[in-house]
Write a protein that binds this ligand. Structure first.
Ligand SMILES: *[C@@H]1O[C@H](CO)[C@@H](O)[C@H](O)[C@H]1NC(C)=O
Ligand SMILES: *[C@@H]1O[C@H](CO)[C@@H](O)[C@H](O)[C@H]1NC(C)=O
Ligand SMILES: [Zn+2]
Ligand SMILES: [Zn+2]
Ligand SMILES: [Zn+2]
Length: 372
C-alpha cells in the first residue's frame, strides 16, 4: 500500500501546472510576467495567499477505538488538597494563612473530565515583490523559468511547531539604481543639511561674544556636526549605501500549528477556560497525515467532538494551505471540589490538573483587601 504522504507528493507533481491563478495584467513597474506568478498585483504589493496545488481527500482507514486500559486516576487525598491550598495561599502576599492551614475539610467531590485536542499542522505560501540593497546577488531574472510557488523547496521544521521562512524565488531577481539617492549611496545629513558644520551655539555664528572673539568656535562661527562626523552626508537608508537595489519575488512560507480543544462539560462550577493552563493524564494520542475521527470512544461527547472538529479542520485548513499532519489527543483532567469550614463558615476551592492548580474565587481572609 502506498504511504499517504508519498502518494500526496506524487499527485502534486502531476497537478502543479494547471492550478495557478489565471494571467492578469503584469505589475506596471515590472518587466513582464513570471509564469506561475501572473496574479500578483503590484499595487497590492503581492499575490497574497496561494491555494495549494490540489484538493485533499482523507485517506486514513477507520481505526479501532482505543482500549480503556488504566484510565482511572487516583482521587486526591485530603493531605494533598490541603497542601495545594496552602501553597496557593502563600503565593498571594495578602492572603492570611489561617483558612488554608486551619480550615477543616468537610467534603471532597471528584469532577474529572475529558479534553479532546485536535492539532492541524499546515503550510501556507504567499508571494510579494520585495526589494533589498544589492549586495552582489546575480540578476538572474528570466535566465531560466522560475519555479512555481509550490515547487520552491522549503524544509519544514519539526512537526507541530510554528515557523516562518522568507525565500527569494530563483530567476526573479533584477538590479536597478536606487532612486532615493540617485545611485550615490548617500543622502544629506539631517542635522547639518549637508554642510558638515553647524552654527556655533555660543556665538550664533558671529564668531564674537561682545568685543571678544568666541572661544567655543575659535571665532569661526561654526561647529563640527557630530551626527555625520562633518562629512555632510549619511548612508542612504534605502540601499544601505550600495547604490543599487535588487528587486525579486519573495516567497513567504508559514508553518502553523492550529490547535483546538474541546472539554467535556462538568458540573463542578469550574469553567472550561480555567482548564486551559493545566495538563491531564494522556489517555490516547495518534497522528497522521489526515486523521480519521476517534469513533467509539467510551465517552460519546469525545467521539462527537472528534468527528465534528476533524471534518471542520480538514475543510477549513485545506482552503488556503496544505495540511501536513494532524494529531489528536485525549486527556483526563482531574478536578476535585473541596468544601471546608473555617471559623464556622463553609467555603470551597478547586484543585485541578496534574499541576494541582487551585482556584478559589473568594478567599476568606485577606489582609489588604476588603471582602464583600
Ligand atoms: C502557532 O500559531 C497559531 C496560529 O497563529 C497560534 O494559535 C498558536 O498559539 C501558535 N503556537 C505557538 C506554540 O505559539
Ligand atoms: C543666539 O540666538 C538665540 C535665538 O535665536 C538668542 O536667544 C541668543 O541670545 C543668541 N545668542 C547670542 C550670543 O547672540
Ligand atoms: Zn551633519
Ligand atoms: Zn562661536
Ligand atoms: Zn540609495
Amino acid at each position: 500500500m502506498l504511504h499517504p504522504v508519498r502518494c500526496f507528493h506524487f499527485l502534486i507533481s502531476c497537478c502543479l501546472f494547471q492550478r495557478f491563478p489565471p494571467p492578469s495584467a503584469p505589475p506596471a513597474n515590472m518587466f513582464g510576467t513570471v509564469p506561475g506568478y501572473e496574479g500578483m498585483a503590484a499595487a497590492a504589493g503581492g499575490g497574497g495567499y496561494l491555494p495549494p496545488p490540489m484538493p485533499l481527500q482523507p485517506v486514513a482507514p477507520p481505526q479501532p477505538s482505543p482500549e480503556p486500559e488504566d484510565w482511572s486516576i487516583p482521587s486526591l487525598s485530603e493531605d494533598d488538597a490541603r497542601d495545594a491550598f496552602k501553597d496557593y495561599a502563600s503565593s498571594h502576599c495578602c492572603y492570611n494563612k489561617g483558612p488554608a492551614s486551619d480550615g477543616v475539610i468537610t467534603k471532597m467531590e471528584p469532577y474529572d473530565t475529558y479534553r479532546y485536542r485536535l492539532e492541524t499542522y499546515t503550510e501556507s505560501r504567499s508571494t510579494e515583490w520585495a526589494t533589498k540593497p544589492h549586495e552582489g546577488e546575480p540578476a538572474d531574472f528570466y535566465t531560466q523559468t522560475a519555479p512555481r510557488p509550490w515547487e520552491v523547496p522549503a524544509t519544514a521544521p519539526n512537526l507541530f511547531t510554528n515557523h516562518t521562512e522568507e525565500i527569494r524565488v530563483p530567476y526573479t531577481s533584477s538590479v536597478k539604481d536606487c532612486n532615493s539617492c540617485h545611485s550615490t549611496g548617500t543622502m544629506p545629513c539631517d542635522e547639518c543639511h549637508g554642510d558638515g558644520s553647524k552654527v556655533c551655539w555660543v556665538c550664533n555664528g558671529s564668531g564674537k561674544r561682545g568685543e571678544e572673539s568666541c572661544t567655543q568656535c575659535d571665532a569661526s562661527g561654526k561647529e563640527r556636526c557630530d551626527k555625520c562626523d562633518s562629512r555632510g552626508t549619511k548612508e542612504c537608508e534605502t540601499c544601505k549605501g550600495k547604490r543599487q537595489l535588487l528587486t525579486y519575488i519573495q516567497l513567504k512560507v508559514e508553518w502553523t500549528n492550529n490547535v483546538e480543544d474541546h472539554v467535556v462539560r462538568q458540573d463542578s462550577g469550574l469553567e472550561a477556560d480555567d482548564l486551559r493552563s493545566v495538563t491531564g493524564k494522556e489517555l490516547f494520542q495518534n497522528n497522521q497525515y489526515l486523521l480519521y475521527p476517534l469513533l467509539g470512544f467510551p465517552n460519546p461527547a469525545i467521539s462527537e467532538a472528534s468527528e465534528k472538529m476533524v471534518r471542520e479542520h480538514q475543510s477549513k485548513y485545506a482552503q488556503n494551505a496544505r495540511i501536513l499532519q494532524q494529531r489528536q489527543t485525549v486527556e483526563l483532567i482531574p478536578i476535585t471540589k473541596v468544601k471546608y469550614k473555617w471559623k464556622s463558615d463553609s467555603h470551597k476551592y478547586y484543585v485541578y490538573g496534574n499541576e494541582r492548580t487551585v482556584d478559589c474565587d473568594k478567599y476568606p481572609a485577606t489582609c489588604c483587601c476588603v471582602i464583600q
